[in-house]
Design a protein. Sequence first.
Length: 182
Amino acid sequence: MSNNLMNYLPDYYQDVYEIQAIMHAHGQVLDEFESKQIRTLLNQFVTQADSKGIAVFENQVGVQPSPGDDLVTRQNRMLMHLLPPRPITIRYLRELFKTLKIPVNITIDYGQRNAIVEGNSSITDAQIDNIRYILNVYLPANMIYEIKIALKQALISNDLFIGIGMKSKVTTVIDANVSQIF
């Protein structure tokens, strides 16, 4: 109990059983109140909010969470929607991806007006959705983007029919330098 009211009790009440019981009961109530007060304070900040606090932010902004989203994904989505406007630079986009813990590298081909975001296979679908949202919001309308995910290994399997009544099966395993474009 962090709110031990017995420490504030005058000396002449130290041996009175009723006062001790009252102080312990009030101390528990104060502990509950203090924990609710701290939780309310933390729910004012997106990065510290619990699921109830994030639900309030989502309701205010009009964002519907997906059923499988965890708390961190919901917090990141809200951060993206609530970020203040800043000049759009490559440095800012890199800092934004770093802040959201999305392991990608962004480069710009200015001649083609093309933004290329490259990552590895450790990126989740939720992070790809976050990347798409950021690029759709921050990139100019005349700039396109590519999201390239390098796969460690790709397994390609297909049936090939040759001639009449003949069937053969081809299975191929390709390592390393394969990218997938979204």
